[in-house]
Design a protein around this ligand. Structure first.
Ligand code: DX5
Ligand code: ZN
Length: 220
């Protein structure tokens, strides 16, 4: 089986007044995933949205919900996010003292598991867990805000992660990148080995369908 290149548009940059309409546009563009950023004001300085928003949109779409928890001690909330409709739960390695326990908890809830690392966390720290997760999310900006510029050294981490996971036979693992991704730098990221591409402002600012069309033409 080979992994698929795909977009995971981040609604953090959507116009919340038009959230429903904009998610429909994402679906019409042929996307299958939606990236949902939850911020707690502790792990990251900002606060975004949480369970009620996810529960509401879940009723109106079958998109695969890729829920990125930028939350301290995320294990407190896995059950809640599973209940409101997350399909994949990405928690931060840096946010918990019990990474293994987090993976087990999410699995027990029947959800896919993603483990996220911040720009300063080396790939070696995530390696003990890669066999047990579906996806590794390599942050390409400091988590906390949309609209930042991609940090170039993070592209090298993606390359390293793809090489070392390939080497141990994990050819199907999804590597997701998140932060500062544009239609101009996405090819550099897929060349490095990323196959799930999060983009917020580069999708939601302007023509959503048009932006996704350009992204997808580069993911072939
Ligand atoms: C940042 C979030 C991202 C954010 C990306 O902490 O995790 O998902 O929405 O936004 P852009 O694509 O604008 O950098
Ligand atoms: Zn995110």
């Amino acid at each position: 089986m080979s992994i698929k290149n795909r977009m995971s548009p981040s609604i953090l940059s959507s116009d919340f007044w038009k959230l429903g309409e904009q998610i429909t546009e994402v679906e019409k563009a042929g996307e299958e995933w939606l990236h949902i950023d939850v911020m707690d004001g502790m792990f990251v300085p900002s606060i975004s949205f949480g369970m009620p928003v996810i529960e509401t949109i879940r009723k109106h779409t079958n998109l695969f919900f890729d829920v990125h928890l930028m939350v301290q001690e995320p294990e407190r909330y896995f059950e809640d996010f599973a209940r409101v409709g997350a399909d994949l739960i990405d928690f931060h390695l840096e946010a918990t003292e019990d990474v293994k326990g987090c993976i087990e908890k999410i699995r027990a809830l029947g959800k896919k598991v993603g483990i996220a690392i911040k720009p300063d966390t080396p790939v070696s720290e995530v390696m003990p867990y890669v066999k047990d997760v579906d996806l590794v999310l390599v942050m390409t900006v400091e988590p906390g805000f949309g609209g930042q510029k991609l940090i170039p050294k993070c592209v090298d981490k993606v390359r390293e992660l793809r090489i070392v996971t390939d080497r141990i036979g994990l050819r199907d693992i999804d590597i997701e990148v998140d932060g500062g991704v544009t239609t101009m730098n996405v090819t550099e990221l897929t060349d490095a080995g990323a196959n799930v591409i999060v983009a917020g402002s580069a999708v939601f600012k302007g023509d959503i369908c048009g932006n996704l069309k350009i992204f997808n033409s580069k993911l072939q």
